[in-house]
Design a protein around this ligand. Sequence first.
Ligand code: PBG
Length: 323
Amino acid sequence: MSNFPNTRLRRLRRSEALRALIRETKVEVGDLIYPLFVVEGNKMRQEISSMPGLYRLSTDLLPKEVEEIAKFGIPAIILFGIPQKKDEVASSAYHPRGVIQQAIRAIKKTTPDLLVITDVCLCEYTSHGHCGLVVDGYVDNDKTLELLAKTALSHAEAGADMVAPSDMMDGRVKAIRQALDENRFQSIPIMAYAAKYASAFYGPFREAAESAPQFGDRRSYQMDSPNWREALREVEQDIAEGADIVMVKPALPYLDVIRKVRDTYNHPLAAYSVSGEYAMVKAAAQQGWLDERGIVLEMLTAIKRAGADIIITYYAKEAARWL
Ligand code: PBG
């Protein structure tokens, strides 16, 4: 039933000051995490062709990069490593002088207050590109857990502030929590990629990280996109296993899932606005087809409005300038 003319919703939209006063959702730089791709070697700054404006950097170039990120007021980065050597058992993922372990040390020396989160997964380190150990053509869950725990532990030993398993094996949060606790890292939090969907939106990332599976796909471990109830079960499991922060990924095509998780659990909730989301906007912006700033701020606001507290985004630096 209409209350017009008593009710006029336009009254509170008349000026920017009024709109700001009643604004329900705000995005702040402090909500953002910036992903960084690190390669082994020296003086390497390789632009990622499907993600213009983003680079794979060698560890020697990290100090300058992280100083800039910190200056923007971005509180945290998440690291992805591209090793020189890949093998069946992902040895470089947990090598004490692996690419990520070196990167963490370099960053902590330069910007000790910048939070360093590490992506814990094997796909960048295995010759077959799957996120776990392959036995008879199938990714073996339980055998993978040990390697994930070893990887997370080596990140903590190198000085990581937080670890973020993205592999989607069952029981990985528990295995990692146990390994950390047994090695005096009980204070290192776990941000679990809890509801991570098998998504075509990861395409550009796989180019960036050289992590495309060499056979098959990831559908036997990542989630099927039509399911939301299953996402709640994934989150429930990860929380039960000790996750401190849970994540939904991708973000924009899964805003309903973000909302469901927010309404069901009280844990801090992160959303990952993935490579495909970045690439779509960047490509259209480069064509002059849309207003990049407007689109990005609207996307970030939508992700927060859906219920996310934290947003992982390749647009973090630009957003920091725009906010
Ligand atoms: C590693 C991992 C992936 C992403 C984050 N961690 C790729 C994948 O699962 O294939 C995707 C991030 C993005 O697309 O931005 N497992």
